[in-house]
Each structure stands twice: as structure tokens, then as C-alpha cells.
Design a protein around this ligand. Structure first.
Ligand code: MG
Length: 177
């Protein structure tokens, strides 16, 4: 992933990372089982990244159009600050979150994969699409990750932000000592 000075400047301001779920934290597939059993797969590197972001004082949140117990469980496990499911009006929820933490649009990153995410992507300070996002989405964002949804795209974004903010070396040092 090529990172310009413009992107680094935007990444330096980020205090909250908001994510779409299906196609971003997952590959976009939902496996149906017996009765209402629904299975989703999450990437462990994404999870570790979310953990690192939290430790660095960056908040995280999920805004999903669907409702899933698997996602709820994953979000809880990762201690994600904001989890909003079955959201029809993503911008409405976004405004609530922004107000709650007294943030400006410039301080928020959003990562999405489909045209439903465009209203939010056009608003935030650092808009990101996963590698396999819809072409109309990829055309309109600051950043397209090298990894596809559910395969480390979120980790890529988080690492870029932590590096831009000069926090990455400290994190690495912690693990090397
Ligand atoms: Mg999606």
C-alpha cells in the first residue's frame, strides 16, 4: 500500500476508527446453520490490531446493517467501544457517536466495502476501502488497503494510523524487550 504525505497527515489526527462489519471484518460471507445459527469468520490479525489501537488510546467502533450474535461476541471480546447493529441510518448513528466523544470528522477513520458506506466515507477524515470493495467505493476514498475484507484490511489501516502517529516503534519495542 502506497502512503502519501497527505494520507499520513490525515492519519495523524485519528482518534476513533469506525468499521463496517460484513465484508470488512469478515469476508462478507454468512454461513447459515440449524435454525437461527449464523457463523462468521474473523481475522485474528485484525483482532490483534484492534487491541493495539485500544492500548494506544484510539477508540474503535462497528456500524453494521445486519444483526448477528457472532459479531456481538467478537466485538465484546475485542472490547470495541461502540457496537451498533441493524443500522439503517449509518450517518445518524455516526453523528451520535461523534457527539458522545466530542470529536470532529477529521478525527475519525471509517473503513467500508460497499456503496452503503459511501455517505460515511464522504464525511470522515480518513476514508478507507478494503481491496475487494465495490469499484465505486474504491474510487472515492483516501485509501484502499492491500488486503481484502476479513483478511487483515482492518489491521492494515490500524497499523498505518499507529505508524503515522509515531506509536508503532514503541509498540514493537514492547514486544522485543
Ligand atoms: Mg459491508
Amino acid at each position: 500500500m502506497e502512503v502519501s504525505e497527505k494520507i499520513l497527515t490525515k492519519a495523524r489526527r485519528i482518534k476513533l476508527i469506525l468499521m463496517d462489519a460484513d465484508g470488512v471484518l469478515t469476508e462478507g460471507k454468512v454461513t447459515y446453520g440449524y435454525r437461527d445459527l449464523e457463523l462468521k469468520s474473523f481475522d485474528v490479525k485484525d483482532g490483534a490490531g484492534i487491541d493495539l489501537a485500544r492500548k494506544a488510546g484510539i477508540r474503535t467502533g462497528i456500524i453494521s446493517g445486519r444483526q448477528s450474535a457472532a459479531l456481538q461476541r467478537r466485538a465484546k471480546e475485542l472490547r470495541i467501544d461502540e457496537i451498533h447493529q441493524k443500522v439503517i441510518d449509518k450517518v445518524g448513528i455516526y453523528k451520535e457517536i461523534v457527539g458522545k466523544y466530542s470529536l470532529r470528522d477529521e478525527e475519525i477513520a471509517y473503513i467500508g466495502d460497499d456503496i452503503l458506506d459511501l455517505p460515511l466515507l464522504s464525511r470522515v477524515g480518513l476514508s478507507t476501502a478494503v481491496a475487494d470493495a465495490h469499484p465505486e467505493v474504491k474510487k472515492r476514498v483516501d485509501l484502499v488497503t492491500t488486503s481484502a475484507g476479513g483478511q487483515g484490511a482492518v489491521r492494515e489501516l490500524i497499523e498505518l494510523i499507529l505508524r503515522a502517529q509515531g506509536r508503532w516503534d514503541n509498540i514493537l519495542r514492547e514486544f522485543l524487550s
